[in-house]
Design a protein around this ligand. Structure first.
Ligand SMILES: C[S@@+](CC[C@H](N)C(=O)[O-])C[C@H]1O[C@@H](n2cnc3c(N)ncnc32)[C@H](O)[C@@H]1O
Length: 369
């Protein structure tokens, strides 16, 4: 098979500099300025590689918008609030959230939208989508660029797209997992030549007893620390929805998806989506260490039911044609489903808030048991 332009570059870098850590490989595959998966295409929909909850049904974004409105009320209704979305895709969730926010006019009037997006093609789509609404919007390359002030931060299927590091346990300690070129001239996984010093003391306790050959994944982007610090210092809350594990654990979750199917992560670099499960415990611990209050994880099904998905779907169906009503039912089944194809249990939600946001240390909306 012909090598993709990015594979040619990765091979060149490996020949010049030696085996490439998984994190560097994933970063190049996703965000290389000319050949990265997220810098060159719109990956959504039937013609793309995957479909996300907001693309499945308007109900998802609308409920997120109502969550944001109640977070704003709990914040004391500041006159100006940044409504930040990390990785907004086609802008669908923000558009649906803003429509739902019309139910609380003072909240909608207080919003300036801030979108954090690396993908120029998706940025364009977001600009088109949000060009139809009367709310000021700004774009940023990174979360740190969002100007100071109270903020409500939203992220759906964003953290899974952030590059991971991988280490593999051997008899004498943990070694970084790398990509190298094998004797048959194929890209293959390998192990760095030197042990990572003191790594056993750095990994979560549950990972220390992992057997030889186990893989541990972690992210070093510090985004959870940044979100925790921001909501504590400047007020606000964050809602994060993604797939992953509620407790830190050993295990390999790096996966590649192209054309709605799983493929080998090392074939077609830059042409397929690379993701890894989110370690929700690691995010919550990082945010808590900055003084933030943490909520969840709860299953996506519980979050959406607590936020009123059944009522909202029934209201939409009341005015829908039979075909449209059937579509709404099918989308809700997928969002709430607990089987292999459902997202209700696989996806989890967490929230991070200013410590005083909810009176009497109660849960944020959606996180009630
Ligand atoms: C899987 S998509 C999810 C999109 C959207 N949240 C949804 O649910 O439909 C990931 C999004 O994050 C963006 N993205 C990926 N890596 C990023 C990064 N490092 N910084 C900013 N945006 C990024 C992608 O371009 C895309 O908009």
């Amino acid at each position: 098979m012909a090598q993709s332009p990015l594979e040619i570059e990765i091979r060149k870098r490996i020949r010049l500099a030696g085996p490439m850590p998984v994190r560097q490989f994933m970063t190049l595959c996703l965000t290389h300025p000319d050949h990265g998966y997220y810098t060159t295409r719109d990956p959504f929909g039937v013609a793309g590689d995957f479909i996300t909850s907001p693309e499945m049904s308007q109900v998802f974004g609308e409920l997120v918008g109502l969550w944001a409105a109640s977070a704003w009320q709990q914040m004391g209704q500041p006159e100006n609030v940044r409504l930040v979305e990390l990785g907004p895709g086609r802008g669908t969730m923000m558009l649906d959230a803003l429509r739902a926010a019309q139910a609380v006019p003072a909240f909608r009037a207080a919003i300036v939208v801030h979108l954090v997006e690396v993908n120029p093609k998706l940025r364009e789509k977001q600009q088109q989508a949000l060009g139809t609404v009367d709310v000021p919007s700004m774009w940023h390359e990174t979360f740190e660029e969002v100007p100071d002030g109270p903020a409500i931060i939203l992220a759906n299927e964003f953290f899974d797209a952030l590059p991971i590091n991988q280490a593999i346990k051997q008899f004498n300690g943990w070694y970084e997992r790398v990509i190298e070129i094998d004797g048959n001239d194929n890209l293959t996984f390998g192990i760095a030549s030197e042990v990572i010093p003191l790594f056993d003391q750095l990994v979560p306790a549950a990972v220390r007893d992992a057997p030889v050959g186990a893989i541990y994944e972690w992210r070093t982007d510090n985004l959870a620390l940044g979100i925790g610090q921001r909501v504590v210092r400047q007020g606000g809350a964050a809602l994060i929805v993604d797939y992953g594990h509620t407790k830190s654990a050993a295990g390999e979750t790096l996966q590649a998806v192209g054309g709605h199917s799983f493929v080998d992560p090392l074939t077609s670099p830059g042409e397929v989506d690379l993701t890894a499960h989110v370690d929700f415990e690691a995010i919550l611990l990082a945010a808590e260490s900055m003084g933030a209050r943490i909520h969840g994880p709860v299953d996506q099904a519980r979050l959406l039911r607590n936020l009123g998905i059944d009522k909202r779907a029934a209201a939409l169906k009341a005015y829908a044609s039979p075909e449209k009503a059937n579509e709404i039912d099918e989308a809700c089944k997928r969002l709430l489903g607990e089987n292999r194809t459902g997202m209700g249990k696989l996806f989890k939600a967490i929230a991070i808030s200013h410590p005083d946001l909810v009176p009497n240390s109660g849960p944020m909306p959606g996180f009630e048991s």
